[in-house]
Write a protein that binds this ligand. Sequence first.
Ligand code: NAP
Length: 288
Amino acid sequence: MAIIIDGKAIAAKVRDDVRLRTQKLTERGIRPCLAVILVGENPASVSYVTGKEKALAEAGMDGRDIRLPAATSEAELLALIAALNADSAVHGILVQLPLPPHISEDRVINAISPEKDVDGFHPVSVGNMVLGRPGFLPCTPNGIVYLLKEMQIKTAGAHAVILGRSNIVGKPLASLLIRRDVNATVTVCHTGTPDFSLYTKQADILIAAVGKPGLVTAGMVKPGAAVIDVGVNRVPDSSRKSGFVLRGDVDYDAIEKIAGWITPVPGGVGPMTIAMLMRNVVEAAETP
Ligand code: NAP
């Protein structure tokens, strides 16, 4: 049976550290502040934003909860970001994605000052990450690397296979895993990969970030591998009050029996994403 990676517990330790750092800053008269902008009312986005607001309050940080109607124009959003960039009381700016189709996500991300880009999505942050220079690291990939380190899962010389090449998970994760202090050998699979199971069967570390519930089955996993499930999928379930249940991208029940380590959904990668975000905000506030 696999060791279950308790992302909730590991994230709680990170958040304890963030709380202490926040306290020290507050004593010096600096209160870390994150502006969280939500455009529209996408239910998953509302729930992510609410989670982030709660985490900010728990850490003793300020949250500027900015909720805008779906009809907000791109120009209005860009003007708001410009004002927040200029506001010295705001240390981080996060625009919850996805945005309504009439707004360019690229233009919005580009408008956030890299000094306040605590999501790590700005091209300058991405460039710094790839070059190994200081800058904000994207929260989900950074949280995954943190989990591997915390669980003492051997990464040096390991073959890590990532399913998914999105800008927020797959691509940056590949970049972090090949850093010298992690030293994994990385394969990235996507819809252009004819048969990804050829690669996943060889993976010492398998990370699934595709957004397809149960796509990864036990036959695709090497016994003893570390399986990191990034997927968060709402699967209809009439027995639940919400009408859905959250499922990952891997067949947890079957893979738990053969993997060496596995992250649950929920309670694995998700809490680490928020913890890493909080860490980026406190770091932004600590930076003179
Ligand atoms: P995304 O932008 O939709 O990207 C999905 C990736 O998976 C794409 O690269 C796609 O390939 C690939 N893919 C899809 N179906 C595939 C298949 N059948 N075979 C091989 N590759 C396939 O998704 P994302 O934003 O990275 O998110 C992925 C999942 O992680 C979602 O469930 C999301 O909710 C979750 N997520 C969780 C967290 C967290 O904190 N826990 C954070 C971020 C995302 P192509 O590029 O070829 O289309």
